[in-house]
Design a protein around this ligand. Structure first.
Ligand code: AKG
Length: 366
């Protein structure tokens, strides 16, 4: 296809974008075509590239590295210590990993393998569902913000609506259908447990977040980050915060996810068998700024081995209800720091702009 490489003169970006989108090849298609330098469409501005230096090495865990929390016994004797750890991580870092979460290792492995198999099918199979409209609840695309962003990123995505209304089951690619449905069962169970812990961590009842339908809307994105020939010129995923309540992420062992902590980027180093959990903007707002929704990004993948990650975003399904800080967390000493708004208004703003989260949450500050 006619995508301009970095060594060729620039052509009209809109035309280049259109060609890439209409080819339905995705980034993996570009890699498979044998390209050795980055199309200019994917080259990020100097202000992004200058901040891409590797995260600070952390040979031993330090208090501000991403903690791994052992969930075993959290329904019995260890609950208060587990919820203390989860709440502390949610307050200080907005991210943590969990092990002994009850999801069998075989399920983790086959979910990753199934999403990888989807992306590694012949192009025609994927092109059939290359689209940005979501009526059927299933779509394959490269870069959710391709049409709004200043520069594209080096990843493709399979997106599937899991709830409250599951996507048309027949539309879910057969190569990963069974595994996606099985994954959603695990997400619902574990998501409920985590929401219980995070609710209690705010001093609220265990069921508070689920009563507000926070686990009902679930969207899965199965990302594929192929080898990038010039990883210093682009990113896998630009820095952003997640707009929803919590996100559950399953990543393979390749690595590349980084979280902003203060002025530094910290690696979320893959831990075998672990799942990554992060706080979204709505939960930061509902917690009246107690919990933190933090910027995270993924570096472009320099290794020949593709990186696969699967995120499930959990959002409220009551989109017309008003959201804002929990009244229980507002007092004369700690007034509400956000105004009330509907989730519809929030998501409308999220999808109309580039992925650069913080300015969005700030829009709702009181
Ligand atoms: O691929 C990853 O590790 C992160 C994915 C992510 O942040 C997202 O989909 O919003």
């Amino acid at each position: 296809m006619g995508v301009t490489s970095t060594s060729q003169p620039a052509v009209d970006r809109a035309q280049e974008l259109k060609q890439f989108e209409e080819s339905k090849l995705g980034v993996k298609g570009l890699v498979d075509s044998g390209l050795t330098s980055l199309p200019s469409l994917f080259v990020h501005p100097p202000e992004t590239l200058s901040g891409l230096k590797p995260a600070r090495p952390r040979p031993t865990p330090t208090p501000d590295s991403i903690p791994t929390i052992d969930l075993s016994g959290c329904d019995s004797g260890r609950r208060s210590s587990v919820l203390g750890e989860a709440a502390r991580a949610a307050r200080e870092l907005g991210f943590f990993q969990v092990v002994n979460h009850g999801v069998p290792a075989e399920v983790l492995d086959r979910t990753i393998a199934a999403v990888k198999a989807f992306h590694e099918q012949p192009m025609e199979a994927k092109a059939r569902i290359y689209r940005r409209q979501t009526e059927t609840g299933v779509s394959f695309f490269s870069n959710i913000d391709l049409l709004h962003s200043k520069a594209a990123s080096w990843r493709d995505t399979l997106q599937i609506r899991l709830g409250p209304k599951l996507a048309d089951v027949e539309e879910i690619p057969e190569v990963c259908r069974h595994e996606v449905l099985e994954w959603d069962q695990q997400v619902q169970r574990l998501g409920g447990l985590l929401m219980g812990l995070l609710s209690e961590g705010l001093g609220l009842s265990t069921g508070k977040l689920q009563e507000l339908t926070c686990l009902e809307t679930r969207v899965m994105v199965g990302h594929y980050y192929p080898y990038c020939p010039q990883p210093d010129l682009t990113v896998g995923l630009t820095s952003h915060t997640d707009p929803g309540v919590i996100t559950l992420l399953l990543q393979d062992q390749v690595g590349g996810l980084q979280v902003k902590h203060g002025d530094e980027w910290v690696d979320v180093t893959p831990v075998p068998g672990a799942l990554v959990v992060n706080i979204g903007d709505i939960l930061q707002i509902m917690s009246n700024d107690e919990y933190k929704s933090v910027d995270h990004r993924v570096l472009a993948n320099p290794s020949q081995e593709p990186r696969v990650s699967i995120a499930v975003f959990c959002n409220p399904s009551n989109r017309e209800n008003e959201f804002g800080p929990f009244p229980e967390l507002v007092s004369a000493d700690k007034p509400a720091v956000f105004r009330q708004f509907t989730f519809d208004e929030y998501m409308g703003r999220f999808f109309s702009k580039e992925l650069d989260g913080k300015s969005l949450i700030n829009f709702f500050r009181a």
